[in-house]
Write a protein that binds this ligand. Structure first.
Ligand code: ADP
Length: 383
């Protein structure tokens, strides 16, 4: 029997990722029903219906009353979601999310699939042999709920590590220890899988972080530099293997380290649309937001092809705690040729908070062109 045409898509999370689904939802004739804690959250304005509740409140999820429920935020309570009666249709399924939400289990899952990751260990099992294998600096990571570098601590020596471990509030069960990777570049990719098992992989991009927060995403043909071809092949193969083994349905973002010797290591996965895929709104045949809605509502996947020579995306991060709307800076940035500015409408700015982003389509597609444009934007934005 043919499946009934999907109409209502529930979305757990009402931040900018849900907000940016609006145009695609309209195009595809879908209604978005959003679960989010606050009426101030960006996606409330575009929702057909809203359930105001915490992201991990499964009783609220039960009230989304949708044909399918997807995620813009993975900080959910999987066990509680699994108890909902009758069970809603989740895309991706709870089973494919299960190995991903805790970074330690995620690394184990990747390792079991033979996919390359940095060396890692559960903190409760830490011993001097592991430490001497990893050396210093070493990275401590929160196993759950980390974002924008919150929950990632680089420790330069044993004294620094011991100081953190001995803090009274520190719970070793909730952290993992990881080898520090002296990467040459950081890469990322978006990939989608349909219920029928088709996988599409978007262009591989370079991300640039400052203080562990993504500032820029460069979409240029020379991604990976001297190691370009090997890196592209490795990333594409990892993305396809991972989504296929998880029987995943929807969009996933995957972040990588590329070392100077050309090794590609998976840093982390995001089981949803992702900041490193925002460029696809303006630079690809199918945006990551449309692709997510296509995959979860059973429509054929669209082409991830670039429609331009390249692009650069710059995050507009808050740099003061205020109800500042940065209007003068936004107007200047919007006047840059071939720019597309998105302002998420958050009412309060905090340092490092993602308030908006701008994508500029490149004329030539060179990395140097992308970096020069990013610098222009940042000098307008940060003054
Ligand atoms: P989050 O989930 O908060 O984004 P990440 O694990 O992606 O945390 O870490 C944020 C940034 O910190 C990365 O993009 C990278 O720049 C740096 N980082 C994280 N882990 C490592 C590591 N093992 N070695 C070197 N740098 C790292």
């Amino acid at each position: 029997m043919a499946e009934r045409q999907m109409k209502r898509v529930g979305v757990i999370g009402g931040g900018q990722l849900a907000w940016m689904m609006a145009e695609a939802a309209q195009k595809l004739g879908l209604d978005l029903v959003i679960q989010t804690p606050s009426p101030e959250d960006p996606a409330v304005a575009i929702a057909t219906d809203t359930v105001f509740a915490a992201i991990d409140d499964a009783t609220a999820t039960a009230k989304l009353n949708s044909d399918v429920i997807t995620f813009e935020n993975e900080f959910v309570n999987l066990a509680a979601l699994a108890e909902i009666q009758p069970p809603p249709k989740f895309c991706p399924s709870l089973r494919s999310l299960a190995p991903l939400l805790d970074k330690f289990y995620q690394r184990q899952y990747l390792q079991d699939l033979g996919l390359p990751t940095p060396g890692f260990a559960a903190l409760k099992a830490i011993d001097t042999a592991t430490l001497s294998q990893f050396g210093f600096p070493v990275v401590l990571k929160a196993r759950r709920l980390g974002y924008d570098g919150q929950g990632t601590i680089v420790l330069k020596d044993l004294a620094a590590l011991e100081a953190v471990l001995s803090a009274s509030a520190f719970d070793p069960e909730t952290w993992l220890l990881e080898e520090f990777v002296p990467f040459e570049r950081e890469l990322a990719v978006m990939a989608a899988r349909s219920p029928q098992g088709d996988v599409v992989v978007y262009p591989i991009v370079e991300t640039q972080q400052v203080n562990q927060v993504c500032q820029r995403v460069l979409i240029t043909p020379d991604v990976g530099g001297a190691n370009r071809d090997g890196a592209i092949a490795a990333v594409r193969s990892i993305a396809t293997t991972l989504l296929t083994n998880l029987e995943y349905v929807g969009m996933m973002g995957i972040e990588f380290f590329l070392t100077s010797s050309g090794r590609v290591l998976v840093n982390e996965t995001a089981p949803r649309t992702h900041n490193s895929g925002h460029y696809s709104l303006d630079a690809c045949e199918t945006s990551q937001f449309e692709q997510q809605l296509r995959a979860v509502s059973g429509l054929p996947l669209g082409s991830p092809q670039l429609t331009c020579a390249g692009a650069v995306m710059v995050n507009l991060l808050g740099y003061e705690s205020a109800t500042c709307d940065y209007l003068a800076q936004r107007q200047k940035i919007a006047a840059i040729p071939r720019s597309h500015l998105y302002w998420y409408g958050k009412s309060v700015s905090r340092p490092g908070r993602k308030l908006g982003h701008v994508t500029v389509l490149l004329e030539q597609g060179d990395r140097s062109e992308a970096e020069a444009i990013a610098q222009t934007i940042e000098s307008i934005w940060y003054g």
